[in-house]
Design a protein around this ligand. Structure first.
Ligand code: BES
Ligand code: MN
Ligand code: ZN
Length: 523
């Protein structure tokens, strides 16, 4: 990760490798770009007039040794159109695209001191906050690179320092706070991306747990008072708890299952801790996040086809995003309690694997007929959700899962599926996603979707027909939610990763949505 600071000096007179200025499409120059233009005798205006650069979002143009400017380079960064008929969301999307492009451009460059004067142009307080928090994360995400497992790997570049110039729409202290939050989020996301992108032979269930333990330890070492703890449950403990549905998925693999439980008692910064299993439902009760952690989903005996089966190493992105979120909360000292619970296993075929027609007893007592071993996510989540409700009086219980291919068909890779048994919680999450540009879309929850999962041999089957697959999966989970629990489910199958091409990798979603929601309720 890189260093991020506020910049309040004169950018034209500061020694730096690069000064990044924002250029709006078809608009007069403003902010630092205007100052650079004046100092250089109209250089930027001549470039624009010659149409060498248009200011289109996602484009950039590097200038060297610009007259009257101390930084060695000036980069023109396109911010797109800013006309009145463009919504504030559209403007943020342009800003996001620009910062993403900036990250890609700087990723392999040796420049270390960079002044960003492109985001000083945010005109609203929301826009300025977005830039310093989510914009910073966007920039870091674009520069993120998996430490490729090669014999001759590239030499790691030294970390960069970004000096952010902020808009007048935000006060200095507020700006600093937003920047700290952004850096904490980027820290959590960096860990998330690392574990999520590891191949399945490296990120096994046990390895995921070890990574999580190491990250927690590192954080505590850095900041000794951090109220963060981690507990890893092994198969014999899971068996004692009655998690036969979860273990039924795990048993086809040689890799033993794990359940990772991370507790962040952020309210300790203010008041006494939430006590496990004893806390009363109150403003102090934790938000509990549950993440699907299938480190490889072959489908099991209901084996998946070979094409793109490699994508199923990302079937633990729900778990990884929950881990990243907990780390980010702790890093930014968010003053609320948050718990992360991630059931981790592989879904593999073998002589020991669960078979279609098997019936298992879940931790809740309900029995499930396993009609398709590839519908394994819900089988591990149901036990984790029961565990969560037995141990915590959650103010909200939110699960995150790459749950169904049907959700990819329904919503593509733009919006994730959002389900909730509570309209207020659903709306909070929907708005958080929109604000963070990590959007979700509300999906139906009618009980009629349960019809197809009726079984002659158990309380419920794990699949129904092909139609409405994302909804029926959500409804399956709802059978394990107590009436009084405020619950939401995010189906992130379409948005969690990019499977092909040169952008291949975990996206970091839905960390931004979750953090926006948590920061919102921490106010
Ligand atoms: N992990 C998959 C869902 C998935 C599909 C995630 C594509 C990301 C991209 C899940 O375990 C699964 O296999 N679901 C089945 C359910 C079906 C058997 C009812 C599916 O979607 O086909
Ligand atoms: Mn599956
Ligand atoms: Zn799966």
């Amino acid at each position: 990760m890189n260093l991020h600071l506020l910049h309040t000096q004169d950018p034209l007179k500061t020694v730096a490798d690069c000064l990044v200025v924002g250029i709006e499409q078809e608009a007069p120059l403003s902010g630092t770009a205007k100052l650079v233009d004046m100092a250089s005798g109209g250089l930027i205006r001549r470039i624009l007039a010659a149409k060498d650069f248009l200011g289109i979002e996602g484009t950039s143009h590097m200038l060297h040794e610009v007259q009257g400017v101390t930084p060695k380079r000036v980069m023109l960064l396109g911010l797109g159109k800013k006309s009145a008929d463009i919504s504030s969301t559209q403007r943020l999307k342009h800003c996001k695209k620009a910062l993403s492009a900036l990250g890609s451009a700087l990723k392999a460059s040796p420049l270390t001191q960079i002044i960003i004067a492109a985001t000083e142009l945010a005109t609203t307080s929301e826009g300025a906050q977005w830039t310093l928090t989510h914009g910073l994360v966007t920039l870091e995400r674009a520069m993120n690179e998996y430490p490729a497992l090669r014999q001759t790997s590239k030499k790691a570049l030294p970390p960069k320092t970004f000096h952010w110039r902020t808009s007048k729409a935000i006060h200095g202290d507020r700006a600093q706070a937003c920047l700290v939050r952004g850096a904490a989020m980027a820290f959590g996301m960096e860990k998330m991306l690392l574990v999520a992108n590891h191949p399945a032979n490296i990120c096994t269930p046990a390895a995921f747990a070890s990574f999580a333990e190491a990250f927690v330890k590192e954080l505590i070492k850095h900041d000794k008072k951090t109220p963060l703890s981690i507990n890893v449950l092994k198969p014999d403990q899971l068996k004692k708890l009655g998690m036969h549905s979860f273990l039924g998925v795990a048993k086809g693999s040689d890799e033993p299952a794990r359940l990772v439980e991370i507790v962040y008692r952020g309210s300790e910064w203010a008041t006494e801790a939430v006590v496990r299993g004893q806390s009363k439902k109150s403003a102090q009760s934790p938000v509990v996040l549950v993440g699907k952690g299938v480190t490889f989903d072959s489908g099991g005996i209901s084996l998946k086809p070979g094409a793109e089966m490699d994508h199923m190493k990302w079937d633990m992105c729900g778990a990884a995003s929950v881990l990243g979120t907990l780390l980010a909360c702790a890093k930014m000292r968010l003053p609320i309690d948050v718990v992360g619970i991630t059931p981790m296993c592989e879904n593999m075929p073998s002589g020991k694997a669960s078979k279609p027609s098997d019936v298992v007893r879940t931790m809740s007592g309900l029995t499930v007929e396993n009609l398709n071993t590839d519908a394994e996510g819900r089988l591990i989540l149901c036990d984790a959700l029961t565990y969560a409700q037995k141990n915590y009086q959650a103010r909200a219980l939110i699960d995150v899962a790459t749950l169904t291919g049907a959700c990819v068909i329904a919503l593509g890779d733009i919006r994730m599926g959002l389900y909730s048994n509570n309209d207020e919680l659903g709306l909070l999450l929907k708005n958080a996603g929109d604000q963070a540009l990590d959007p979700a879309w509300p999906m139906p929850t009618d009980d009629e979707y349960l019809e197809g999962m009726k079984s002659n041999f158990a309380d419920i089957a794990n699949i129904s027909g092909r139609s409405g697959g994302s909804v029926t999966a959500a409804k399956f989970l709802s059978k394990f939610i107590n009436k009084e629990t405020l619950w939401a489910h995010l189906d992130i199958a379409g948005v969690a990763y990019v499977g092909n091409g040169k952008e291949k990798g975990a996206t970091g979603r839905p960390m931004a949505l979750l953090m926006q929601y948590l920061m919102g309720i921490a106010k």
